[in-house]
Design a protein around this ligand. Structure first.
Ligand SMILES: Cc1cc2nc3c(=O)[nH]c(=O)nc-3n(C[C@H](O)[C@H](O)[C@H](O)COP(=O)(O)OP(=O)(O)OC[C@H]3O[C@@H](n4cnc5c(N)ncnc54)[C@H](O)[C@@H]3O)c2cc1C
Ligand code: FES
Length: 264
């Protein structure tokens, strides 16, 4: 885990991505250059009726400017409050936290499996790989949602040069169905190739991706979510059972775990 820093920072950019999705960029932050794909931050909300910090995956980093971006969907009280933040507002963050994604081997093709608001850490991963010289044509970016409004930042994904597979349950954008069906078909269609799966999204999608990886013998990693009171490995409020027995803390031992490691 990288060095954890609690910092006060300022919103430098706010974007309304429609359908209750928002992007907030903030900085300068000493923590930004140390941030890796899969890391998250814990955001304090400056209001007395919201006690716990909210965990947010890092969606992008600009190390030179010392800036970080998060992308979220308004869900409950925490994110409703977060969506009211404007450029210039002060933000208190703790991070970077957690264990991020490991890098693929040179001979592996990368399969990103994003579902809904599981998109940010996988976007960061794909962008980071491309920036570090990984061939974007070897990255298959699957992104599933209910309808077209849930597949956000399409232009930004395409700009990376990766092969983009939007999949919607109602067929309003891309192909119709569940994202994991198409991931399976793609992998089975290339029997000689070596793949590595990276997934983040709703519980059902993560379970299906975990199962798929194990059945096809494809290695990979999944970024999990859990309620996180402390975010730094102290309270045990975020534990998940492991297949080998015992428990792991999603905040400090994860949020990224190997396929087959957690009893999902
Ligand atoms: C590692 C990680 C990364 C995440 N990344 C993203 C992301 O990139 N984008 C995104 O939209 N969401 C992300 N989430 C989910 C996010 O943290 C919020 O839980 C989610 O957006 C719910 O929104 P809310 O706070 O508005 O809901 P609320 O309804 O306000 O909270 C949901 C419920 O959980 C409880 N709760 C909330 N926070 C905590 C806490 N820290 N500890 C214990 N209980 C708590 C509340 O009391 C409430 O009952 C991530 C979660 C984790 C664990
Ligand atoms: S949130 Fe406290 S140990 Fe993970």
């Amino acid at each position: 885990m990288s060095k954890i820093v609690s910092e006060e920072t300022f919103i430098t950019r706010r974007r309304d991505l429609h359908n209750n999705y928002y992007s907030l960029t903030f900085g300068p932050l000493r923590a930004a250059p140390a941030c890796r794909p899969g890391n998250f931050i814990h955001v304090k909300l400056p209001t007395s009726d919201i006690y716990f910090r909210r965990a947010m995956s890092v969606a992008s980093v600009d190390p030179k400017a010392g800036e970080m971006e998060i992308i979220f969907k308004v869900f409950g009280r925490g994110t409703t409050r977060l969506a009211t933040f404007r450029k210039g507002d002060r933000l208190d963050i703790l991070g970077p936290l957690g264990r991020g994604f490991s890098k693929p081997r040179k001979n592996e093709r990368v399969v990103c499996v994003a579902g809904g608001i599981g998109f940010p850490p996988l976007f960061f991963l794909a962008a980071d790989l491309v920036a570090s010289g990984f061939d974007p044509k070897q990255i298959e970016f699957f992104y599933g949602g209910r309808g077209s409004l849930d597949i956000i930042e399409r232009a930004r994904i395409k700009k990376l040069g990766v092969t983009f597979h939007p999949i919607t349950e109602d067929g309003s954008v891309g192909r119709k169905g569940l994202v994991t069906e198409y991931v399976q078909a793609m992998i089975e269609g290339h029997p000689g190739d070596k793949f590595r799966i990276y997934g983040c999204g709703p519980e059902g999608m993560l379970k299906a991706t975990n199962q798929l990886g194990m059945e096809l013998g494809v290695p990979g990693e999944l970024a999990l979510e859990a309620p996180m009171p402390c975010g730094i490995g102290v309270c045990l409020g975020c534990v998940v059972p492991l297949v080998k027995g015992g428990y792991a803390r999603v905040c400090a031992d994860g949020p990224v775990f190997a396929i087959g490691e957690v009893a999902l």
